[in-house]
Design a protein around this ligand. Sequence first.
Ligand SMILES: [Zn+2]
Length: 254
Amino acid sequence: MNDNQLLRYSRHILLDDIGIEGQERLLAGHALVIGAGGLGSPAAFYLASAGIGRITLVDNDTVDLTNLQRQILHTTERVGRPKAESGRQTLAGINPEVEVIALAERVEGARLAELVSQAGVVLDCSDNFATRHAVNRACVQHRVPLVSGAAIRFDGQISVFDTRRDDAPCYACLFPPDQQFEEVLCSTMGVFAPLVGIIGTMQAAEALKLVAGIGESLAGKLLLLDARSMEWNSIRVGRSASCPVCGHAHGEQS
Ligand SMILES: [Zn+2]
C-alpha cells in the first residue's frame, strides 16, 4: 500500500481483525454485484469506500424517477441513463482506486457462470426469483459464496449461502425452485426507503468479512427484519439433502 492508501484505509487498518493484511486482501478482492437498485446501491457504496479492488456491477435497467427514493447510487440528472453506468460514476467519485466494471446487460446462462467464476464473492441485490435462482446455481457450481438480500414493504431478509461449507445451505435449500412463491416486486409494491439501506449495508458487511477472511459469516442463518418494530429474527438453516441444486440426491442418480 502507498501512503495515500495507508491514510484512506487507516480506520480499517487500526482494527485488529483487519489490519494491513486484511486490507490488502480487500484490495485484491473482486465482488460481483447483481443489481444496482435499492440493495445494490448501499452495498456497492461500502464495497467501494472500503477499498475492495474490483466491483463488477450488473444492471440492465435505466434510472427512473421512482427509483430515487431509495436507490442512492443514482441522481436526478441521470434519470434515463443506464443504472450500471450511473453507479460506476458515483463509485468513481467516492474511490477512484476501485476498478468498477459496469455491465448494462441482463446476465444469464454461460455469461452469468463466467462472471461468477471470476468473483471472490457475489452479492445478489436483484428483485426476482428467477435471477436469485440463476445466481445461486452459478455460485454453487463455482463454489463462490453468495450474500443474498431482499427487501419489500417493511420486511427485510439477509443470509449468506456458502456451500464451501458442507453443512451450509444454498438459496434453493430454503426456497425450492419448484415451489411457487408469491412474487412481490418493489417495482409494483412499495418499500420503505431506509430498509434497503439497512439490508444492502449488511450485505456489504458480510461480503467484506468474507473477502478479508474475518469474523463469522451468516452462513447457516437467515435474519429477518420487521422494520415497523425494528425487530430481528434469526432462523438456523441447514443444507437440504433433497435440494436439486446442492443436495447429494441430485448427483447420486446419474
Ligand atoms: Zn441447496
